[in-house]
Design a protein around this ligand. Structure first.
Ligand code: G6P
Ligand code: MG
Length: 991
């Protein structure tokens, strides 16, 4: 990657830092916002000279406490892990002329803090008026090196502005108590918060004076401090150093302080862990390089919304800071920025944070998965504790690997976590091609897949659909339900990936050994496939939405929900859980979550219905909610809603939108704000063989760009009003797709114009299935019975023609006439013969390639319509199993004029909410081609040029029709929607 690729423009600089002044720069919220971390340690954005409480987080620094129950039942969680804040490595106590300065009582005249995302440093400058009325300036630059160990480096400058004196700077550690106020004691999102009690231990033999040891419970810590202050006297003291200097007014005492930290459990820390860089300038240089590497694959820009761009830079920087570098740990809900949720790891590490890491820093995505692999035995034990005969169930919340939730209805019952981990594994493997890790993780994948067969069954009353029972989805305002939509959707993905992986291992001759080790046979794998194929993912016939679970749509809505909204705080703080469980109210949208993750293919119209329906009953009390709603809205082209939800997650902490940023940053929402950019606006989908995009540009922006890595290559997408330019920044050429059009991004940038096309309208008979033959056979039988001359040749003219006009043509051809009553009886007779032939129809009768074509169209964001002259069309698509796939099915009985009149195509376009120019039609009959043209649409003919001379493009069979060909036919016939308006340097997609 060239230098210039990484250069950050003057303008970008404005969005590459968080600046806060005055009261906004201090306090609990600022402590979280200005947290620094590197996956091995996190330190809150404390004010060195004032904040004396523990404020550092080391992944291993957690304690385990028993959970007590008055009434306990088998399998209840017995203990919980709680991350504890470690001694602050930044505490600075100042004495002037032998007297300590009480910064708690001093007046903070001014403070400015800057977190710089371009060089990875936190800078602060504060002016204090101390008790004597004198003023003092303290400036501190702080670094937690992204590519370094657990270490906090500070460059401190102390400057008396209007006085002279003898200064002593005590560089010690913050272990004073303090913490949550009484008001927070009942908040389940922070409960379990411990008042850390650190003991300073005696040095061990061999410890140098610069080492301080602490302990609490099983946690042992050692800090080694290195202090440099060339113009002053430096001495090691108990638990720190003291720096002494005479200062004149305006003089500066400059101190570099580097604290390396290490943690061990149940034994003293081995000091080898504390070896690392000690020179501030070298650490700063290393940090600049590490940050450059990070933005090398993660840089993005939004032209037209600096505030949002700045927020997203903050969000992404914080995610990368908190991303675990330790395979014994994942990322807590609050990262390494605070004590919220006890530092526990939840599903959001896999579903929100890991996807971003897989696309920007895949090594760290792997670390999260390695953590899960390492805890497989604990997950097996958890499953056994819950009474499962086999398999592994990951705990809902944990650090060390055991279930730490004492509330199983919203804890262990969230079986979807198994599927989330499998989803993350599949995504990581796809993004990296890391086959070795796929093989290594297969045991985990299989053991977790087994759980679905434990909690689900083929239901004979639902045509042997695979149904799951007694689970809780991500929405914790419903619990212990049957067939949670998200759970079933992720289970389906999990089971299919597990079965695929079994085959993949077989092909590598690696299956047998693993299968023997975990007693897995071919039948069990075959059952996984069967369950995946038969997974119950219904559409409610009346509402046209996917029910969140079997009972959800039937429950009453929560009275007054719309009125109370979230102004009164989350419902979980106000209601007994059972009140929430028995009402139709959601904390976050399970169905919308499944949509955002592309777990289920569904027409845009159904996505819209789901979005509207669940939007109405969702409180968004979870910060994760806005992410999936933003992605779904952007993909639906609902810019207003998408931008609102995008801001909701992007600013969740910067604007303290949930009022609890002081507990730590909401890592999943922060990660999600980038997912909204890539998966929402960029339309990125990762469920196919190659990454596919469908970049949209909201009116409010002039353009935007973002990068991602895939299989070691980094590409950048630059989206503007006309389309998207794809550039390869490093690595090998990469295959991607834009609006369903596959191409390679290589040495030359590729420009893909945004298609004007929004919908494809299909005829049915002869296009999607072979019913054209059945219609012919039925007419032939009728003609034979009644003695009219008719044959296959004569039938050609009937194709696409409605029932009564078809009979008229037959009678004309035979030179016969019948009176009205007999005419109608003949129509009914033909229809009976035809319908009898339909009896044997099943999804197997769908023409080859149709299912894939529909998937491709949806991925390209195109709507799918049906415009058949047949009054039987509804039944036929049901028999074919595709009735759920259409955004609109036009009713032949409801239009005034049959094909070749345009009515049914116009009705279909209108039904999809599109204008005719935004649609294209696909037909196998001349009458249909004429109807499409009369409607002002481009016509694709399935058949020969001879048979369909007027069609704009011909294909012998529907199986040969691809999204790319559909879009190129639009281009051929309508130059305004083409691909050729860009400067010569940019290679254009040829389809
Ligand atoms: C389609 C077929 C015709 C058929 C017409 C009416 O257009 O191509 O062959 O006659 O539908 O079908 P129906 O099922 O209503 O008789
Ligand atoms: Mg037809």
């Amino acid at each position: 990657m060239g230098e210039d690729e990484l250069a950050i423009s003057e303008h970008d600089c404005e969005t590459m830092r968080l600046v806060r002044r005055g009261a906004d720069a201090t306090g609990d919220q600022a402590a979280a916002l200005f947290a620094l971390a590197n996956g091995l340690v996190g330190v809150e954005g404390v004010i060195d000279e004032r904040d004396a409480a523990p404020c550092a987080y080391l992944p291993d620094a957690y304690v385990s406490r028993p959970i007590g129950y008055h009434e306990s039942f088998p399998g209840y969680a017995t203990a919980t892990d709680t991350r504890v804040a470690c001694p602050g490595p930044a505490l600075l106590r100042l004495h002037v002329d032998g007297k300590p300065i009480d910064f708690g009582a001093a007046e903070l005249l001014d403070t400015e803090r800057t977190l710089d995302f371009a060089d990875g440093q936190l800078r602060r400058i504060s002016r204090w008026r101390i008790a004597t009325g004198r003023t003092l300036e303290i400036a501190v630059d702080r670094i937690v090196p992204l590519a370094g160990g657990a270490c906090v480096a500070s460059r401190i400058r102390i400057r008396p502005l209007d006085f002279a004196g003898h200064f002593q700077a005590w560089l010690t550690y913050g272990i004073d108590g303090g913490g949550a106020g009484a008001a927070e004691a009942d908040d389940p999102r922070i409960s379990g918060r411990l008042r850390p009690q650190w003991t300073i231990n005696l040095p061990l033999p061999g410890d140098t004076p610069s080492v301080t040891r602490f302990s609490q419970d099983a946690v042992a810590l050692a800090y080694r401090q290195h202090v440099a202050s060339p113009a002053a006297q430096v001495a090691a003291v108990h638990a720190g150093h003291v720096v002494r200097s005479e200062l004149v007014a305006g003089g500066i005492l400059a101190i570099d302080r580097v604290v390396a930290m290490a943690c061990a459990r149940g034994r003293p820390v081995d000091l080898v862990a504390l070896n690392g860089a000690t020179d501030f300038d070298a650490i700063a240089e290393g940090q600049r390089a590490a940050v450059r590497t990070l933005w090398g694959s993660a840089a993005f820009a939004i032209d037209g919304d600096d505030a949002l761009a700045a927020a997203l830079h903050f969000d992404l920087f914080q995610l990368h800071q908190s991303a675990s570098r330790d395979p014994n740990h994942s990322i807590g809900a609050k990262g390494l920025t605070g004590e919220g949720y006890e530092g526990h790891y939840f599903w959001d590490a896999e579903t929100f944070m890991l996807p971003v890491l897989a696309l920007q820093a895949p090594e760290q995505a792997k670390t999260l998965l390695a953590y899960r692999v390492g805890k497989l035995d604990r997950a097996r034990a958890h499953a056994a504790a819950l009474g499962h005969r086999r398999g592994a169930l990951y705990p809902w919340r944990t650090i060390a690997g055991d279930e730490c939730s004492s509330h199983y209805p919203t804890g262990s019952a969230q079986y979807h976590i198994n599927g989330d981990i499998a989803y993350a594994l599949a995504l990581y493997v796809a993004a990296t091609g890391d086959d070795a890790f796929r093989a290594e993780a297969a045991e985990m994948l299989f053991e977790t897949a087994r759980i679905w067969m434990e909690i689900g069954a083929f239901d004979p009353r639902r045509d042997r659909a695979f149904c799951t029972h007694g689970v809780t989805g991500p929405d914790e305002y419903s619990a212990l339900v049957d067939n949670d939509f998200y759970t079933n959707a992720i289970a389906r993905r999990h089971l299919a990936y597990a079965a695929d992986t079994a085959n993949w291992l077989r092909a590598r001759n690696e299956f047998a050994v693993l299968a023997a080790a975990i007693d897995l046979d071919d039948k069990e794998v075959a059952d996984w496939r069967k369950a995946a194929d038969a997974m119950w993912l219904p559409v409610d016939p009346a509402l046209g939405v996917n029910p969140q679970d079997d009972a959800f749509l039937g429950r009453p809505e929560l009275p007054g929900l719309a009125a109370s909204g979230d102004r009164h705080g989350p419902l979980l703080m106000r209601y007994h859980p059972m009140i929430l469980f028995r009402h139709q109210v959601a904390k976050q949208g399970n169905v919308v979550q499944a949509m955002a993750m592309d777990l289920v293919g569904m027409p845009l119209s159904q996505q819209r219905r789901n979005f509207d329906y669940y939007g109405r009953v969702t409180t968004h009390d979870s910060t994760l909610s806005s992410v999936s709603f933003a992605i779904a809205a952007a993909r639906l082209g609902d810019e207003k809603a998408a931008l609102e939800f995008h801001r909701e997650c992007a600013f969740v902490d910067l604007e303290d939108r949930h009022g609890n940023t002081s507990h730590g940053l909401h890592m999943a929402a922060l990660a999600g704000s980038w997912l909204v950019l890539a998966q929402g606006w960029g339309g990125l989908r990762l469920d196919g063989a190659i990454p596919s995009f469908r970049p949209q540009l909201p009116d409010a922006w002039k353009g935007y760009r973002f990068r991602m890595q895939w299989r070691g290559s980094v590409i950048e997408l630059a989206v503007d009003a006309a389309g998207c330019t794809y550039r390869l920044l490093s690595g090998d050429p990469l295959a991607v797709a834009d609006h369903g059009r596959p191409f390679n991004v290589g040495a030359e940038p590729v420009f893909a114009e945004r298609p004007g096309l929004k919908g494809v309208i299909f005829d049915l008979d002869g296009v999607l299935t072979d019913t054209a033959e059945d219609h012919y056979q039925a007419w032939q039988a009728l003609a034979d019975t009644h003695g009219f001359a008719f044959d296959r040749e004569a039938n050609h003219r009937l194709k696409g023609v409605d029932r009564s006009n078809s009979l008229r043509l037959i009678l004309d051809h035979a030179g016969a006439q019948v009176e009205a009553g007999r005419f109608d009886a003949m129509l009914a007779e033909k229809n009976d013969i035809y319908r009898a032939r339909l009896a044997g129809y099943s999804p197997a009768n769908l023409f080859e390639g149709v299912a894939e074509l529909f998937d491709g169209l949806r991925a390209a964001g195109l709507k799918i319509g049906l415009a058949s002259a047949s009054r039987n069309a509804g039944d036929v698509v049901r028999l074919l199993g595709i009735s759920d796939q259409f955004d609109f099915i036009a009713d032949a009985g409801a239009v005034a004029h049959a094909k070749p009149a345009p009515d049914i195509f116009l009705a279909c376009a209108a039904g999809m909410g599109l204008s005719p120019e935004q649609c294209i039609g696909v037909e196998d009959a001349q009458a249909g081609i004429s109807a499409i043209h009369a409607a002002g649409m481009v016509a694709i003919g399935i058949g020969s040029e001879e048979a369909l001379p007027d069609a704009d493009m011909h294909l012998p069979a529907i199986g040969q029709l691809t999204v790319a060909r559909i879009l190129s036919s639009e281009q051929e016939t309508a130059p305004r929607a083409g691909f050729s308006t860009r400067p010569d340097k940019v290679e254009e997609i040829s389809c």
